[in-house]
Design a protein around this ligand. Structure first.
Ligand code: SAH
Length: 344
C-alpha cells in the first residue's frame, strides 16, 4: 500500500481501482500519506495558512437535498436573507481583521436576480479592490455565471457531492442531476473562474468505490480548490438517523487530495472542526492550507444550519481570529493577510 502512495506522489494520480484499495487502508499507510501530504503542502505554501471570510447570505433554497438542513421542505428552518447593505457590513467588519477573500454562500434563492447579485459583487469589488470575491450559490446557467464573472467574481465553489450517478440519486431528488453539476463546473472553468469542487465524506450509502470515483473526477477536473468535510446528520432531514462521516477518513482523504494537487487551495472545513475539537489542526497537518471563519451577522449564523451543532463560535468565528492564530501557531503555522489565489 505504501507503494501506491509513492506512485501517487510521482504520478499525481492512480487508477480508480488503486484509489479504492488505498481508501480501505488503515494505520501505518494512512500515517505515511498524511506525513507526505504535510511535506507537500509545506513545499508549496511553507507554513502559510490563508483565511476566507464566509458570509452566509441566504438560507432560502429551492432544492431539497436529503442531507441538508436548509432544504426547501424543512419547515423548522427560520429563513433569512441578507441585503447588499448587510453583506457590505460583513466585509467592513472582515477587512480590518485581515480578510482579503469574501465568500458569499447560500441556498439557491430565486429572490436575488442576476442583476442583484452582480450589484453586490461589484459593490464589494469597488469598496475593496484588493480583495477576491468567491461565490457559492449553487447551480446557475452559463450566462448567469458569465454575468457574475464580468461583475468581478473571481472564484466559485460548487461541490460535485458524489461522482457516482446512482449514489447522486440517493442523496438528491430527481430534479437534480450529476450531469448538470458537471456542466456547471466545466462552464465555470471555461469562463475563467478559479473553481472549487468537493464532496462529503461518509455521506449515506457512500462506498470506497464511490470515493475513488470522486478522486478520479477531481483529477479530471483539476480544480484550483477542493473542499471536503464529514457528513453530519441534521435532525430535520430524511438522513437524521444516518451515521456521520469520520474524522480519520476525512483527514486521510485530505492527504490524498494534497498529494494529487500539490498547489490546490484546500480548506480544513467547518464540518471537520465541528466533529472534533482538533479537527481543524488535524486537517492542516494532513495538508489543508485554508480556513474559512464565519463572517455572517452573529444573529443569522444559527439559522444557516446545514447540519447539527455547526461550529460558528470561537476559532470558527471571524471575531475569534486571535484564538485561531494562536491555535495555528501551536502547530507551527501562520495565518497570513493575502488573497491567496491559486498559483500552479
Ligand atoms: N447551495 C450551495 C451551497 C451549499 S452548502 C451549493 O449548492 O453549492 C455547502 C456544502 O455544505 C454543500 O456542498 C455540502 O457538501 C455541505 N453540506 C450540506 N449538508 C451537509 C451535512 N448535513 N453535513 C455535511 N456537509 C453538508
Amino acid at each position: 500500500m505504501k507503494e501506491l502512495i509513492n506512485k501517487l506522489i510521482c504520478e499525481r494520480t492512480l487508477t480508480e481501482e488503486e484509489f479504492a484499495a488505498l481508501i480501505d487502508a488503515r494505520g501505518q499507510v494512512r500515517a505515511y500519506a498524511i506525513e507526505q501530504a504535510r511535506q507537500t503542502a509545506q513545499s508549496s505554501f511553507g507554513n502559510k495558512i490563508y483565511i476566507r471570510g464566509l458570509i452566509e447570505m441566504t438560507n432560502y433554497c429551492k432544492n431539497d437535498c436529503y442531507y441538508c438542513g436548509i432544504r426547501r421542505s424543512n419547515r423548522n428552518c427560520a429563513r433569512y436573507r441578507l441585503t447588499q447593505e448587510d453583506i457590505l457590513a460583513c466585509c467592513d467588519a472582515g477587512y480590518p481583521l485581515g480578510f482579503r477573500t469574501f465568500v458569499l454562500q447560500g441556498g439557491e434563492d430565486g429572490a436575488y436576480s442576476d442583476a442583484d447579485l452582480c450589484a453586490i459583487v461589484s459593490a464589494i469589488k469597488a469598496r475593496y479592490p484588493d480583495c477576491a470575491v468567491t461565490l457559492s450559490l449553487g447551480e446557475r446557467s452559463r450566462e448567469s455565471y458569465q454575468r457574475l464573472y464580468d461583475a468581478g467574481a473571481d472564484r466559485y465553489l460548487l461541490r460535485h457531492e458524489t461522482a457516482d450517478e446512482a449514489h447522486y440519486a440517493r442523496l438528491h431528488p430527481a430534479s437534480l442531476s450529476l450531469a448538470n453539476r458537471k456542466r456547471c463546473l466545466y462552464n465555470l472553468k471555461e469562463i475563467g473562474y478559479q473553481v472549487g469542487s468537493g464532496f462529503m465524506v461518509g455521506s449515506p450509502y457512500q462506498t470506497s468505490q464511490n470515493l475513488a470515483a470522486d478522486l478520479c473526477f477531481i483529477r479530471a477536473l483539476s480544480p484550483q480548490m477542493v473542499g471536503i468535510g464529514p457528513f453530519i446528520p441534521h435532525h430535520d432531514t430524511p438522513f437524521a438517523a444516518m451515521p456521520g462521516g469520520s474524522l480519520e477518513l476525512t483527514v486521510f482523504l485530505l492527504a490524498l487530495l494534497r498529494l494529487m494537487l500539490p498547489h490546490a487551495l484546500i480548506p480544513a472545513t467547518t464540518a471537520l472542526a465541528t466533529i472534533s475539537p482538533d479537527g481543524r489542526k488535524q486537517g492542516i497537518l494532513a495538508g489543508a492550507n485554508v480556513i474559512m471563519p464565519n463572517l455572517s451577522p452573529a444573529d443569522t449564523r444559527k439559522d444557516y444550519s446545514l447540519y447539527d451543532n455547526k461550529a460558528c463560535m470561537g476559532e470558527e468565528a471571524a471575531e475569534g481570529l486571535a484564538a485561531l492564530k494562536a491555535q495555528m501557531r501551536e502547530i507551527g503555522y501562520e495565518i497570513v493577510c493575502a488573497r491567496g489565489d491559486y498559483e500552479g
